[in-house]
Every structure is written in structure tokens, then in C-alpha cells.
Ligand binder design. Structure first.
Ligand code: NAD
Length: 313
């Protein structure tokens, strides 16, 4: 079996390519390395083709013979999209149409894509059930809604098996810290290991359904091996809700000492609370067992340490 992973050199992509390779599935990553890294794929048995999903030639190079495409390539991050909305639109919306048309040209039977819990946006209802009214509040969220709706429309129009997952806050090894748009878990772990105050946007009462990347990668792998598909979008998270202050408490337990915090202004485009309703996900994946937060955080801290983070403190 051959699976093409767009964005395969990125955080979720490289973890997914590793798991696919471990299952003896041929994994081919198509990535322009704009936020991914060649080194993420070294030694794991996956192939990297450097190129953009916006380039038909690159897509026509990797897609022949593919049984499925896992489409993760995107311009991620809410604040980055507020600074540069055109790039978010171009990669996440237009790029998805490029991928779907290539899937059609090469008769690939299945496409699994990454949408985002950010599509729920300003709708305050919890937990987030997929049929809620969507109120995206950032260009990123609007562009991820385009990713999923284009995909599902290509499914119904052209008979492609589709699965559009809404990822929640995914974290774990390979997720970069130390840049302006870093996600909260790597930003906290990096600061904690370096002995800096943890940067908390707002008062820290915001809550998220944190999801370990191994759990996401195993669901994506299962989706392609079992050919799972759905005409409706599906939350990919496990129905937990942890505030940023609770997350800091978990980190303090792992590290064995208290952590200083530095509170900042709340960020534009951020939603206060997020938690997945799992009903639809569980109807498709009844047996997947997520890695619990304390273990997942401990493994993330161990990975950061293995990269040398905090070695000088
Ligand atoms: P990431 O930045 O590590 O991965 C995205 C990858 O796409 C990178 O390797 C980047 O180089 C590549 N890419 C960007 N533009 C490209 C292009 N034009 N052509 C080819 N490759 C391109 O981010 P991630 O966290 O691994 O996110 C993966 C997917 O999951 C994205 O679609 C993102 O929107 C979605 N998602 C992630 C989260 C999360 O918590 N990390 C939450 C919701 C949704």
C-alpha cells in the first residue's frame, strides 16, 4: 500500500509517516519545507519529495500508484493567518483544491484531510458537536473550513472516499517551539526547561481538548488501512478539557518544581474553550485508546530534553 502524506515533513505529518512505515506502508511525504523539516523524516523509512501542493507537477510526480492521500499540508496558526491571510487562503483553500483535483486525475481512492476545531470559533456551545453552527473568527479557521467542505464536496461529486477530521490541540514530539507562532504545549515545555516564565495569553482559564500526536497518527493510519470514510466532518479528539493553568500544574508535577508564569494580552482569534463531542468519531473508531495527558506530556518533555532543550539550566 502506498500513502502520500502532504505536509509529511511537519509535526503531525512526520509522526504519521513514521507510523505508516512501521506498518510496512510505503509513505511518501510531499512537503515544501516551509514549516516542516527534512530531519523529521530521517531514518524512519519514509520518502520525502520536496515540492508544493500548489504545483501540479509535484503532485503528478507523487500521486501515481497511491492508494490514499493524507492531506496535512497547510499554512497553520491562527495568529499567522491574521498577519498574512492570503497565504492561509492560498495554501489551505486553493491548495486543497489542487490536491483534490490531483487525486481525481490519478484515480486515488481515498483522501483524508486535516480540518480544525477552530471552525467552531465563536459558537460557545460545549462540547463541540459537528453539526453546531460554525462561526470561524480567523482567516485560518475560514480556510480550514474550506479544506473540509471542498473535500466532502469532491467526495459527493466524484465518488472519492473522503474523511475530513477536525483536529483539536495536537501536541507531542517534533512540535517546534521558539518561534512567534508556537503552539501552547511546546511554548510551555520549552520555557519550563529553559527556566523562563511560561507565556500565558490571558488569565489561563482557557481550556482545550489536548490530543497526543501518537493518538492522531494511529487514527490516520487506521483510517487508510481500513478505508474509513464519512460524508460528514468528524472531530478527532477524545472529549477531554484541560485549562492552561491545569496544564501548567501537570507540567509542575512532571518536572517536580513550581513554574513561574508571565500573563500577556489574550490573542485575537483565540476561542475561550474547546472540547470535542466524540459520538461521531467513536461510531467510526470504537476501539482507539488515547494516550492519557500525564503520560503524553511526560513523553513530550522527554523528547524536548533529548533535543538538548534546557540542557544549560
Ligand atoms: P506543521 O506546520 O508542522 O505541518 C504543516 C506542513 O505542511 C509543514 O511541513 C509545511 O512545510 C507543509 N506545507 C506548508 N505549505 C505547503 C505547500 N504549499 N506544499 C507542501 N507542503 C506544505 O503543522 P502541523 O501542526 O503538523 O499541522 C498539520 C495539519 O493539521 C495542518 O493542516 C493543520 O492545519 C492541521 N491542524 C493542526 C492542529 C495542531 O494542533 N497541530 C490543530 C488543528 C489542525
Amino acid at each position: 500500500m502506498k500513502v502520500v502524506v502532504t505536509g509529511g515533513a511537519g509535526f503531525i505529518g512526520a509522526n504519521t509517516c513514521r507510523l505508516l512505515a512501521e506498518h510496512n506502508i510505503e509513505a511518501v511525504a510531499l512537503d515544501d519545507l516551509s514549516s516542516g523539516f527534512r530531519s523529521n523524516l530521517e531514518g524512519i523509512g519514509a520518502t520525502l519529495v520536496e515540492g508544493s501542493i500548489l504545483d501540479d507537477t509535484a503532485l503528478d510526480e507523487v500521486l501515481p500508484g497511491a492508494d490514499a492521500v493524507i492531506h496535512l499540508a497547510a499554512r497553520p496558526s491562527v495568529p499567522r493567518s491574521i498577519a498574512d491571510p492570503w497565504s492561509a487562503h492560498e495554501v489551505n483553500a486553493t491548495g486543497t483544491v489542487k490536491v483534490l483535483e490531483a487525486v481525481r486525475r490519478h484515480d486515488v481512492g481515498q483522501v483524508v484531510v486535516a480540518s480544525s476545531s477552530s471552525v467552531y470559533g465563536a459558537n460557545p456551545t460545549l462540547p463541540k458537536q459537528e453539526d453546531l453552527t460554525l462561526r470561524p473568527v480567523s482567516p485560518y479557521a475560514a480556510s480550514k473550513l474550506a479544506t473540509e467542505t471542498y473535500t466532502l464536496a469532491w467526495g459527493s461529486s466524484y465518488g472519492i472516499k473522503t474523511l475530513a477530521f477536525r483536529f483539536f490541540n495536537v501536541f507531542g514530539p517534533l512540535q517546534p517551539a521558539g518561534h512567534a507562532y508556537a503552539a501552547v504545549v511546546p511554548a510551555f515545555v520549552d520555557a519550563a526547561l529553559a527556566g523562563r516564565p511560561l507565556p500565558v495569553n490571558g488569565d489561563g482559564s482557557q481550556s482545550r481538548d489536548f490530543t497526543f500526536v501518537d493518538s492522531v497518527a494511529s487514527v490516520l493510519t487506521r483510517a487508510v488501512t481500513d478505508r474509513t470514510h464519512s460524508p460528514l466532518p468528524v472531530n478527532l479528539a477524545f472529549g477531554t478539557r484541560t485549562t492552561l493553568l491545569e496544564l501548567i500544574g501537570e507540567l509542575e508535577t512532571i518536572l517536580g518544581h513550581p513554574l513561574e508564569r508571565e500573563h500577556r494580552e489574550p490573542r485575537a482569534g483565540d476561542v475561550p474553550h474547546s472540547q470535542a463531542d466524540q459520538t461521531r468519531f467513536r461510531s467510526l473508531f470504537p476501539d482507539v485508546e488515547p494516550t492519557p495527558l500525564p503520560e503524553a506530556l511526560a513523553r513530550t518533555v522527554a523528547w524536548f530534553r533529548s533535543t538538548g532543550a534546557g540542557a544549560a539550566t
